[in-house]
Design a protein around this ligand. Structure first.
Ligand code: HEM
Length: 492
């Protein structure tokens, strides 16, 4: 009996006493730590100020019943740089300062992942770059960035030149909605970027275009599987696009026996890619990323270019200055007989400032969405795990503190670089736009041809805005366009 008691005592002393000692020490350390902490633990922090609206529907009706810019601006005025709301079934934190945008997109980007509705992921393809976070995204992004770098896009100049001339040529003498014309142009340039000049007609360029536009039309429609609806048509078009792209990939593999002889277009980069274990991308992953890039490139660039044309039209003095800058290049190129050069596109500083100011004014991507992957503390507030987080680019671009008299079109704002994180038309951080150089190049080249060879006027009122879903002047900005050569010929 005595020996049993002795054994129990030994076990107790050798196991439970050290354990108790450890626990007490841990408790003490925690107490000291929490005394030292000036701020309470994240779960004790208050949520950001603002209203969550009605149960379930939140403030969704308020967002849709007024101009979205007013919705965000009034809340920013009331609550400051961070406030909460509830939209489309999700609690959200809206962030309207450069620091907050930097926090979410750059310095603490690991705490926020991209978030899109499943219905949109299904349409584009779940492996598209911008749905992802982490190593798959990082590796793929390197590749996409490389194929859209200034070094890579400069080889596209002759083709962009030709595509812009052809767009203007078919516009000549007609009234066309600019946005529609620019959607077609951006699609063609997207195809060139992805497939180089090897995407020949028999491989289904026309079918790809037709199906892509059906997909595009259904992207913002109500998701359902009822036959005949925009969404189900878009899903069917998506399947056909997958088939076309599989054929294109097969053709490149078989006919050309690899991609070694190709210039580095995006498709060859995607096909050559291997991960750390030597695994290549599947045909589905390649398709998803091709559609993803086409999608990211098309409406954004088309909308931006539509706004540039509108602002040029509304500011005749600026238009004259742009014309003077472009005519000098035109003359140097023998009256347009030689193609534009990369160095010339880099020297169009006034036109470049027009593009930057148009991007600021129009702020076509007004905000973006992320989702908090953990409870996050920002400036004394708690953003709970699972909340949507919205850096509001437009509010930052239209804040008079950073851009005085923000609703005035003033290109001199860009004589010097804006303060960091105040100008974010292409986002910032790990998901920032890899296509920004291409988008600017496309706009510069188009403007060059427009102002050196054509005259144009906006038809009808252009003060109202519609959302497609990017903001675009009403009816896509109908524009009448005629060539200077015809005008001069007519006068003679
Ligand atoms: C004026 C035209 C454009 C604008 C304003 C624009 C704007 C943006 C913005 C703001 C983002 C970041 C979104 C976020 O953080 O959630 C983004 C991402 C992206 N953009 Fe653009 N973009 C334009 C043109 C293009 C073009 C021409 C391409 C490709 C050819 C492109 C490809 C992409 C891709 C692939 C992403 C996703 C990047 C990632 O998630 O890592 N964009 N764009």
């Amino acid at each position: 009996m005595g020996s049993i008691l002795h054994t129990i005592l030994i076990i107790f002393c050798s196991f439970f006493v050290p354990l108790a000692f450890c626990l007490v020490s841990l408790l003490l350390i925690k107490m000291i730590e929490s005394c030292k902490r000036k701020e309470p633990l994240p779960e004790k922090l208050p949520l950001p100020p603002g209203s969550m609206g009605w149960p379930l529907i939140g403030e969704t009706f308020q967002l849709y019943s007024q101009h979205p810019n007013n919705f965000f601006a009034t809340r920013q005025q009331r609550h400051g740089e961070i406030c909460k709301t509830h939209l489309l079934g999700y609690p959200c934190a809206m962030l309207a300062s450069p620091e907050a945008a930097r926090f979410v997109l750059v310095t603490h980007s690991h705490l926020f992942k991209p978030t899109y509705p499943r219905s949109k992921e299904r349409l584009i393809g779940p492996s598209a770059l911008f749905f992802h976070h982490g190593s798959y995204h990082t590796n793929l992004r390197k590749l996409v960035r490389a194929s859209l770098s200034p070094f890579s896009v400069r080889r596209l100049i002759p083709a962009i030149d030709a595509a812009s001339s052809s767009t203007l040529h078919s516009w000549n003498g007609h009234i066309l909605p600019s946005f529609r014309a620019f959607k077609n142009l951006s699609f063609d340039i997207g195809i060139l970027t992805i497939f180089g000049e090897h995407f020949v007609e028999h491989l289904g360029k026309t079918e790809l275009r037709q199906n892509y536009f059906i997909l595009d039309k259904g992207y913002n429609s109500f998701p359902n599987c009822i036959p005949g609806t925009l969404y189900s048509k878009a899903m069917n078009a998506r399947k056909r696009i997958g088939g076309i792209l599989r054929e294109v990939v097969k053709e490149r593999r078989v006919v050309h026996g690899g991609m070694k002889n190709f210039q580095k277009d995006l498709l060859s980069c995607l096909m050559e890619w291997r991960d750390d274990k030597g695994e290549k991308l599947s045909d589905e992953q390649i398709s998803d990323n091709i559609i993803g890039v086409l999608f990211a490139a098309q409406d954004t660039t088309a909308s931006a270019l539509t706004w540039v044309v509108k602002y040029l039209h509304d500011h005749p003095k600026i238009l004259e200055a742009v014309k003077a800058e472009q005519m000098a290049v035109y003359e140097l190129n023998g009256g347009g007989s030689r193609p534009l050069e990369w160095a010339q596109s880099r020297s169009m500083s006034l036109t470049h400032r027009v593009i930057l100011e148009s991007l600021r004014m129009a702020s076509i991507i007004s905000f973006t969405f992320r989702e908090a992957v953990a409870d996050v503390e920002y400036k004394g507030y708690r953003i709970p795990k699972g909340w949507k987080v919205m850096p509001l680019f437009r509010n930052i671009h239209h804040n008079p503190e950073f851009f005085p008299d923000p609703h005035k079109f003033d290109i001199s704002r860009f004589d010097a670089s804006p303060k960091s994180n105040t100008f974010l038309p292409f986002g910032n951080g790990v998901h920032s736009c890899p296509g920004n150089e291409l988008a600017k190049l496309q706009m510069l080249i188009f403007i060059h041809h427009l102002v050196t060879k054509y005259r144009f006027e906006v038809v009808g009122s252009n003060s109202e805005v519609e959302y497609c879903p990017f903001p675009v002047p009403k009816h896509g900005l109908p524009v009448r366009l005629w060539s200077v050569a015809d005008e001069d010929g007519g006068r003679a």
